[in-house]
Ligand binder design. Structure first.
Ligand SMILES: [Zn+2]
Ligand SMILES: [Zn+2]
Length: 183
């Protein structure tokens, strides 16, 4: 899925930057990953559903040399319970506070590689939004805290099915079993 005519996360900031200290509230929404930059590496990985709408609700404040962006990034996410593999999902709300600066500007700090770029008096919130989401996607989601998972012997979902499999033998107890059986 690709953006249409324009990237909804690009903000023109020439007017904002005319007077340092000026603040704006911006709410931008759209699919944030039309090129699949943060698509999951494996089907088991948590991800933002393809084409899902992501929201950046932020305040932009200009300072000499750049713009500070503070607010919240919200996105739906989906994944699989790591124990029983049922689909799980929810909504991420990620706080953000990031600087955007003009690369190479006289007042800019050339070592400031943690800032996002301002190019031609515009900044693109999408890379910041993607970075915030990638850091917060649950690595090992559970359908519920006490999910009992799948039986390693027969694959039954222990949350709903009671199977008759004996718990897998712990090798540390193997000797005891031998003693018990008298062999
Ligand atoms: Zn589960
Ligand atoms: Zn079983």
């Amino acid at each position: 899925m690709r953006w249409g005519m324009e990237n909804p996360f690009v903000v023109q900031v020439a007017r904002l930057r005319r007077a340092p200290g000026t603040r704006w509230h911006e709410v931008r929404r759209g699919p944030v990953d039309p090129d699949g930059v943060i698509s999951p590496r494996s089907p088991a990985d948590s991800s933002v559903p393809d084409g899902a709408e992501v929201t950046a609700d932020v305040v932009l404040e200009s300072f000499l040399g750049g713009v500070m962006v503070t607010g919240t990034v919200s996105a739906p996410w989906q994944g699989l319970c790591r124990r029983c593999a049922v689909p799980v999902g929810g909504e991420l709300d990620v706080p953000v506070r990031e600087r955007f600066t003009e690369p190479g500007a006289a007042y800019g700090d050339p070592e400031d590689d943690e800032a996002y770029p301002i190019v031609d008096d515009a900044l693109d919130l999408a890379p910041m939004v993607r970075d915030a989401i990638v850091l917060e996607l649950p690595l090992a989601p559970l359908c519920r805290e006490d999910c009992r998972g799948l039986c390693p012997e027969c694959g039954a979902d222990r949350n709903t099915d009671a199977c008759d499999c004996v718990a897998p033998r712990d090798p540390r107890w193997a000797n005891l079993d031998v003693l018990r059986s008298g062999r």
